[in-house]
Each structure stands twice: as C-alpha cells, then as structure tokens.
Design a protein around this ligand. Sequence first.
Ligand code: A3P
Length: 329
Amino acid sequence: YQSNEMEQKFEDQLESLLQKLPKKHKFGREFAQYNGFWFLAANLRGMLRFREHFKETRDSDIILATMPKSGTTWLKALTWSIVNREKYPISESPLLYNNPHGLVPFLEAELYARPKIPDIESMPDPRIFATHVLYQCLPNTMLEGSSCKVIYICRNPLDVFTSWLHFLLQNDAFPQGLDRDQSMFVNEVFQAFCEDTFHYGPFWDHVLGYWQASLNNPEKVLFLKYEDLQTDINSSVRKIAEFLGYCFSKKEENEGLFEEIAKLCSFQNLKNLDCNKYGETQNHVFKSKNSSYFRKGKVGDWVDFLSPSMAERLQSLTQDKLAGSGLTL
Ligand code: A3P
C-alpha cells in the first residue's frame, strides 16, 4: 500500500513537471523539452520514472545505449549472444525464434513506460537493458554508483535519418503525416531532425555525450560505430566481448565462435527468420512490425533518398556540431 502511495505521489509530481515544460506538437504527437533534449511526452515520462525508480545497479549490468536507428537491434543481438554463449549453443539460440527486442528490454520505453514499477530484481544476471536516454540523464546509480558497463553505438546521421523515415512510413507511426502529401511529411521530419525537435534529439549532442564519456572513462563506456561493425564484424565481436569481460578462450577462437556469433546476428540471417519476418512489437507509444527493424542494413543508403540539399545540410550540421570533438561521422 505504501509503495502504491509513493508511486502515485511521484506520478503527480511527474505530471506537474510535464505541464511546465516547453512543448511542440509534431506529426500528431506531443514532444516535450527536458534538459535541452526533446522527447515524446510518453518517453519522457518513462525516462523520469526510470531515473526515480531504478535504485540499484548491479556491477554485472550491461546498458546498451543508442539513438534510434543507429544499430540498436544489431547491438542487442550481438551482446545477448556474447554473454549468453555458454548457456545456449548457437544452434539453439533464442535469437532464432525471438526478435532481439524481445530479449533485451528498453528501460524508458518499455520497463518504465507505465507507472507500475517493474520487477527487475528477478531478472537473471547479467541483466542487459537498452535505452535511448542521453548519457547525462542516466541515473547516478549507473554512472557512479556501480561499475556496470555501457555500450553506445552511433551511425552516420544521413543514414539514421533515412532509416527513421522508412521506419515511420512502414509502421504508419504518424497517420496524420501519411494523409498528406508524402514529400511534405519527409520535409517535416527532416526539419524536426535538423532543428533538434525530434526523438531524443539533438542527435549530435546525444552522440557527443556518450563520446565524451567514453573518452573520460573508457573502462565504463565503449563507443562503437555502425560503419565499423559493417567493415569488420569479427573484430567488433571481440571488442565487445573483451570490454564486457566475456573474453573468448583460445578454444572458442579456434572453434570459430566469433564468426558463428557474427553470422547468427548478421542482417541476412536475422532478417530471414520467421520471428523477424512476421509479427509486431507493441510498446506504449506505437506498434512496430518486426520486419521494420530489418530494412536494408547498408552503409550509405541515404544517397538514394536524400536530395543533394538535404544531404549537404546534414553534412554541414554534422561538421559544425562535431568540430573539435575528435569524432567524425
Ligand atoms: P536501415 O533502415 O538503414 O536498413 P535500430 O535497430 O537502431 O532501430 O536501427 C535499425 C537499422 O539497423 C536499420 O537500418 C536496420 O536494417 C539495421 N539493422 C538491423 N539489424 C541489423 C543487423 N543485424 N546488421 C546490420 N544492420 C542491421
């Protein structure tokens, strides 16, 4: 009873905070600005609940952080397979019959999406969580209170934007937009992406937050690029495993386990599994087709979709925003 009362009190505080924040309505959805970043109001509620209620981080916890459309699904599949490889031989991997999002839950968009505090205590170790929350907004218990590991994956913003666009269109996520002329919808999403009033944006500040954290504390934060995984997946699998302390033994190396995990989690393999071809994933914000997480999986696909002026604008924004950081995208 007491905990219900506390939950309710927090929910009341949350609503009164939300009322005071700057808001914008875009594509029929309400976005709110918090700490300089824009969130769907529903995701912001989830993030604030997660910060309030996620009290105890375990040293063995693994946090997978991304900007949406940067390779979250891939990173979930790889990390899950690396840390669970002793429990499940590759040929019996639950990834063969589960969408990767079903194995690694999102904190703000899933576990804490509703007022009821989830039971994460009973999750077996190592617990793997995913989040789109910016580094600065992760709860202190994760940042300083434990030696849990954080892996971030980023991707060229031109491909991220292109991927977003298709994802939204495939899932009818913004029906108001679809009623209108499609090019108007594209322009509207583009403006929002560039002007920072888009999911978890500004994109560049999100990336820079984790980039800086990885420079300050490389033992805690591993910073990856989607493009690097595409270039050399075997080295990336090794890097993730070593960072997490799940190094491959000589025997495993000789048996080709790197390659097996990389193959299991490859775009072609996952895309063609029934669990990813069919079915839907419902979270509190919208329903998404499992297949919409596996579109093309290519680097540079933006060339077929962005006009030269759009590409130029995103490239020059990226150059300006990342200037002096040592990071290139
Ligand atoms: P495209 O739309 O460019 O194809 P997220 O998982 O963060 O939502 O990102 C989705 C993007 O990652 C999509 O990009 C999707 O095709 C790609 N993707 C999903 N699984 C992948 C995999 N196993 N390997 C490479 N890319 C993958």
